[in-house]
Design a protein around this ligand. Structure first.
Ligand SMILES: Nc1nc2c(c(=O)[nH]1)N[C@H]1C(S)=C(S)[C@@H](COP(=O)(O)OP(=O)(O)OC[C@H]3O[C@@H](n4cnc5c(=O)[nH]c(N)nc54)[C@H](O)[C@@H]3O)O[C@H]1N2
Ligand SMILES: Nc1nc2c(c(=O)[nH]1)N[C@H]1C(S)=C(S)[C@@H](COP(=O)(O)OP(=O)(O)OC[C@H]3O[C@@H](n4cnc5c(=O)[nH]c(N)nc54)[C@H](O)[C@@H]3O)O[C@H]1N2
Ligand code: SF4
Ligand SMILES: [Mo]
Length: 865
């Protein structure tokens, strides 16, 4: 088979890929050199897509209450239960919770069904946890949710400011484009604004480690500085209202609140004010806050005051997280939007959409936003819930409470590719869904580029696409207008509706694509209908009633002081090689080698005060829940502000579910939760023993702490317990479900026990127990699993095979020790020299910021010596 052009299903950069199945079950994945987002590049997650396609363990048939069922009976059951619930309790008693990872076609059907036929707007999406503050900020300022710029603006700018964005790890290919532009033109300055020193800071000219939550203060100070220095644009301000009130509100911000050194602050203000071509990129450090919308507007205010918007090389740029976060916004997936950027609360818009859909009814008020939706599930106002392509039992704030609410709901449908996610386990009806590579549709990336996802494999078992499931249920509920024969017809209908919207003044009008050849549709950036280039607002025309942009007065607030009993403020976010709840990336051994366990990054002074040793375990808790996390001591975080990743689940590390600690506190305008600032208490977890295990078979331990990851041919587990079993050999045998160990060494006085399980000459399991965190070459041990070299109880490689250490470069599997050895023995002092000598960083480039940090630390040490 020749290569199939598609789009990566992870982040909002929206890279094009070429997938080439080899006919024997493997698929080669390459970056598409012709795709404008990535021009052939891929990050490590995209490059590893071929390794996520194994269908072992997939959900293959519908189930009703755990019993296999036919599609017919499952769809009838869903339709009947939704219809009965609506008949008895009204349309607002049912809800859909969907995802920015759905394809536009899926999203369109869900939105049409809920708002136009069920007649309730109780459809919300995980984008509420992600983009809602940006959406609300855009609508306040521009009158529409429109992202003005495009990626090349980052390359054309003279200053790129990254606010609350770890671009190097979360939008790696866009970051690589930025780094390449800087390498070609070093005058391009980069500033990172993040309380944490992230990998993104490695390539930056200036890192402002501001006080957490102080972003609006900083941009209010900037606005005052622009006014005071006469740097505002009188011409552009003719197209803007609200300057005076906004400036008055901004005056209350003080430099002290930003926590920044005076010189750094002054340097930033001067740089921003003095640079015409400035792009301010922002992401979850801004959005995920209980004043996130105000923070967005504080940024937009500065761009409006200077007219630095909608022209090449400048503008505010909210980067989207999920592959179709932008498509979901266009299609109206949020509870307070209609479709095609039309307004749910505008009767003319509602009538136009209703007549286009020939629908019997139309939601006329916003539905419940995610946090409120799950509260309504909890208290029984919502009695039937359908969750598609998201895992809220893990990723919603107050996740234990959300999981209990779902478990207590009368009727829950989950569409997923796996039967075992934390959310899928709570479903009454489970619908097997076609995954990436098995289905067709479109997605829109951060720069409004609409790209095709294309199928290159048949779905396993009876799995079917999300849109098909929704359309089938709609038809079975008796609704007309859901009988498309495929995504192409669906897209046509959607494009035609956007033409209606365009007629009403909406900027989202892609009606030129009606009748386009869907099969060959090339990446297309809207607004191509305007034929005036790809940017918005440079002409000073906005979608507000008076056509002028609005500056919004922002009274900057810091997060509430943490209570004495929970003095730490927990920051949360992402790691380089995992995607959210790891249901796909978490199956790939090489993606689990970079950061393979839930951890707490904590400042050395906090660690010393709390008595936390490196690699020990910490118990993190508050009134909502409790987590146990591996301690990583690092001055990358500020004292009092530890960081933990969001990725681990009940399947992979039950005590690592970080959203169990995050309160459901939301921004009053956008309803977006403040996922970056949970007040927590921290103390050492009193482990009596620590363990490391390898097993060919998957298993689920019962000890106090465990975290699981994939290795070639099996799993590896980190373990710990607060009580020691009497007989370790028996404990090990029970853990693996095997007879007694084949070899064992024990030193009970030291609390040291090691055992290997061998079957037919091959190592099938091994367990290493110690009183202190287990120090072993895990990479070496994992490579022995399944092999005939069963003499592993020494725990480290023989002298002639040096330990590579923790993985830095996941593509070429190069460990930290290998890199450090090469740096010192061969005198390698640049990232490129390391690449030329040992390959690290030469494939996808995702690890280059970490290599740069190693080089910097090394040369710093040499200089000090
Ligand atoms: N590897 C990987 N990439 C991803 C994803 C993934 O799961 N894994 N998910 C995708 C999705 S859906 C999204 S939304 C994006 C998110 O992309 P990002 O927003 O870049 O990622 P996060 O790690 O959530 O948070 C960004 C940064 O905000 C900082 N921060 C916390 N509090 C504050 C604050 O008060 N002010 C400022 N200025 N910064 C603060 C954090 O320290 C963190 O470094 O990533 C996308 N890309
Ligand atoms: N503490 C904290 N919490 C956060 C965040 C944070 O920064 N900190 N970030 C928030 C943000 S920005 C986001 S976007 C969310 C993301 O959170 P989620 O969307 O809940 O996380 P995912 O793991 O992406 O869930 C996707 C689900 O869809 C399934 N799936 C895969 N392919 C398909 C398919 O084709 N069809 C269907 N129907 N299902 C499929 C997967 O197996 C998985 O169960 O998390 C939010 N939660
Ligand atoms: S940057 Fe990486 S994860 Fe994001 S779309 Fe590109 S390849 Fe996929
Ligand atoms: Mo997101």
């Amino acid at each position: 088979m020749t290569g199939v052009r598609s789009t990566c299903p992870y982040c909002g950069v929206g890279c094009g890929v070429i997938a080439t199945p080899d006919g024997k079950g493997s698929v080669q994945i390459k970056g598409d050199p012709d795709h404008p987002a990535n021009r052939g590049r891929l990050c490590v997650k995209g490059a590893a897509l071929g390794e996520t396609l194994s269908t072992g363990g997939r959900l293959l048939s519908p189930t009703i209450r755990g019993q296999e069922a036919t599609w017919n009976s499952a769809l009838d059951e869903v339709a009947a239960r939704f219809s009965q619930t609506i008949a008895a309790h009204g349309p607002d008693s049912v809800a859909l919770y969907v995802s920015g990872q759905l394809l536009t076609e899926d999203y369109y059907v869900a939105n049409k069904l809920m708002k136009g036929f069920i007649g309730s707007a109780n459809i919300d999406t995980n984008s509420r946890l992600c983009m809602a503050s940006s959406v609300a900020g855009h609508r306040r300022a521009f009158g529409s949710d429109t992202v003005p710029g495009q990626y090349e603006d980052l390359e054309l700018a003279d200053l790129v400011v990254l606010v609350g964005s770890n671009l190097a790890w979360c939008h790696p290919v866009l970051h690589q484009r930025l780094m390449a532009a800087k390498a070609a033109r070093p005058a391009l300055k980069i500033v990172v604004i993040d309380p944490r020193r992230t990998a993104t800071c490695e390539g930056a000219d200036l890192h402002l480690a501001l006080a957490p939550g102080a972003d609006a203060h900083l941009f209010n100070l900037l606005l005052c500085h622009l006014a005071d220095q006469g740097q505002m644009s009188a011409d552009f301000l003719a197209h803007v209202s609200g300057l005076e009130a906004t400036l008055a509100a901004a005056r209350s911000a003080t430099a002290a609140e930003t926590g920044l050194a005076a010189a750094d602050l002054a340097a930033f203000l001067a740089l921003w004010a003095g640079t015409e071509r400035v792009v301010t990129v922002y992401s979850q450090g801004v959005n995920q806050s209980d004043s996130g919308t105000d923070k967005v507007n504080a940024i937009l205010n500065c761009h409006l005051a200077t007219g630095r918007i909608g022209r090449s090389g400048m503008g505010p740029f909210s980067v989207t997280g999920q592959p179709n976060a932008m498509g979901g916004r266009e299609v109206g997936g949020l509870a307070n939007m209609l479709a095609c950027h039309l307004d749910l609360e505008n009767p003319i818009h509602r009538d136009a959409v209703q007549s286009f859909w020939s629908s019997p009814t139309m939601a006329d008020k916003p539905g419940l936003k995610a946090v409120d939706m799950f509260r309504a599930v909890e208290d029984g106002r919502i009695k039937a819930l359908w969750i598609l392509h998201t895992n809220p039992a893990v990723t919603m704030p107050d996740a234990d409470r959300v999981a209990r609410a779902i478990a207590g709901c009368d009727f829950v449908v989950v569409s997923d590719i796996w039967p075992t996610t934390d959310t899928a386990r709570l479903a009454h009806v489970l619908l097997p869904t076609a995954g990436w590579g098995e289905k067709d549709g479109t997605v829109t990336n951060s720069e409004r580029m609409i790209s095709r996802q294309r199928a290159f494999a048949a779905p396993p078992g009876q799995a079917r696409a999300d849109w098909w499931q929704l359309a089938q249920v709609a038809q079975r509920m008796g609704f007309a207008g859901f009988d498309w024969d495929g995504p192409s017809a669906l897209f046509d209908e959607y494009a035609a509706l956007s033409g209606v919207a365009g007629g009403l003044g909406s900027d989202f009008d892609i009606s030129v694509l009606v009748g386009a050849d869907y099969a060959t549709l090339a990446p297309t950036m809207w607004p191509q209908a305007r034929k005036r280039g790809g940017r918005f607002f440079g002409d000073g025309r906005f979608h507000t009633p008076d056509g002028r942009a609005r500056m919004v007065p922002v009274t900057a607030r810091l997060p509430e002081v943490t209570p004495a009993a929970q003095p730490f403020r927990l920051n949360t976010g992402r790691v380089r090689d995992q995607w959210h709840t790891m249901t796909r990336t978490g199956t790939v051994p090489r993606l689990s080698q970079h950061l393979g366990e839930p951890y707490l990054e904590v400042h050395p002074t906090d660690a010393a005060r709390l008595g936390l040793a490196p690699a020990s375990l910490a118990e993190v808790s508050n009134d909502l829940g409790r987590s146990v996390l591996r301690v990583m001591i690092s001055d990358r975080v500020q004292p009092g502000h530890p960081f933990a990743p969001m990725h681990w689940t009940g399947e992979t590390a039950p005590t690592g579910r970080i959203d169990a600690l995050v309160p459901g506190r939301t921004d009053p305008v956008s309803g977006q939760p403040a996922s970056k600032s949970a007040a927590v208490a921290i103390r050492p977890f009193a482990a009596r023993w620590y363990g490391f295990a390898l097993s060919r078979k998957d298993l689920r331990p019962t000890c106090d702490y465990w975290a699981k990851g994939p290795v070639a041919g099996g799993v590896q587990l980190e373990l710990a317990g607060q009580e020691e079993p009497e007989d370790w050999a028996a404990w090990g045998a029970t853990l693996f479900g095997l007879p007694a160990p084949s070899a064992m060494v024990s030193d009970p006085a030291q609390g040291l026990h090691r055992m290997a399980f061998v079957e037919q000459g091959r190592l099938i399991a091994a367990l290493f127990i110690s009183r202190t965190p287990v120090l072993l070459s895990r990479a070496h041990l994992a490579s022995a699993l399944g092999g005939t070299d069963t003499a592993v109880l020494a725990g480290r490689p023989a002298a002639d095979r040096p330990d590579p250490g923790p993985t830095v470069c996941a593509c070429l599997n190069v460990g930290l020790n290998t890199i450090l050895r090469a740096m010192s023995s061969d005198g390698l002092m640049t990232v490129d020299a390391i690449g030329a000598a040992i390959g690290a960083g030469t494939n996808c480039g995702s690890c280059r910021p970490e290599l740069a940090a190693l080089v910097a630390r090394h040369s710093h040490r040499e200089a000090a010596e």
